[in-house]
Design a protein. Structure first.
Length: 261
């Protein structure tokens, strides 16, 4: 049997497509006792009769015919190594980014320790000869100190603490002798700090916050979320008017602490 090729040219298409089996084709054609035959990819298994092989495989018979000069054969085989790994048409690459920010609290308190020495100077008392005995040596007016800084805050949950070293306030440590019914050797004071911040763990816009340690208290604290703002600290010692003040130096310390939680 003859095959007529258009233009006498057989065009061989070379293709490489994913997920397609490699070419392995065997075609036979011929004529036996005047009867034409064709076979495409014939079986390579022996022919069985009731489970027993009685004839060689179809391929073996056709190949034997070729050796005897019967028929013809067309064979096409292609082979190429597979992908080194399973092909992935879409690849997701996840980059995990990480870093840390150290916890910090800041409070600008001047450029040297002198900035933190708050001196009321002379705390005036009534010293006039014409003062009534019930007013003599009493404070003339309130003693006040105002401290402010434009830089304060913490970058994490924190607590603002105020601590006086003595609940009595400013104390005269060497008063000498005095009538305790008429004189005292201490000056009580209160401390109020104010700033803009947020409540603990809150994620919201900052608002006015205050912490007050009263005359009869020596410590206070307030927990906060991260904040940064100006802070004002007001110290007020109301005039002592029920007793006179013993002469001498009055001292005390107040500690402001910003502590990360």
């Amino acid at each position: 049997m003859k095959k007529i090729l258009s233009g006498t040219v057989a065009a061989i298409a070379l293709i490489a497509t994913p997920a397609v089996a490699q070419t392995n084709q065997r075609h036979y054609a011929g004529t036996v006792v005047g009867i034409p035959y064709t076979a495409t990819n014939p079986s390579t298994a022996p022919n069985l009769f009731f489970g027993l092989p009685i004839l060689p495989s179809d391929t073996a018979l056709l190949e034997a015919g070729l050796l005897l000069g019967v028929g013809t054969r067309y064979r096409a085989q292609a082979d190429a190594p597979s992908d080194s790994e399973t092909a992935t048409p879409t690849v997701d690459v996840v980059f995990s980014l990480s870093g840390t920010v150290n916890r910090d609290c800041s409070f600008y308190a001047g450029n040297n320790s002198n900035a933190r020495n708050i001196d009321f100077g002379v705390i005036g008392v009534r010293t006039g000869d014409n003062e009534n005995v019930n007013s003599a040596f009493e404070m003339v007016g309130d003693a006040e100190a105002n401290i402010d800084t434009l830089t304060a805050g913490c970058n994490t949950n924190n607590v603002v603490e105020i601590n006086k070293n003595d609940i009595r306030g400013l104390v005269n440590l060497n008063p000498g002798g005095y009538d305790t019914d008429e004189f005292q050797a201490n000056i009580p004071y209160e401390v109020t700090a104010s700033w803009t911040g947020v409540a603990l763990n809150a994620q919201t816009t900052g608002s006015a916050q205050t912490l007050n340690v009263p005359l009869n208290g020596n410590a206070g604290q307030k927990q906060q979320g991260a904040w940064r703002s100006r802070m004002d600290i007001d110290i007020v010692a109301p005039a002592v008017t029920n007793k006179g003040l013993v002469a001498g130096s009055y001292t005390g310390t107040t500690t402001l602490t910003l502590r990360a939680l």
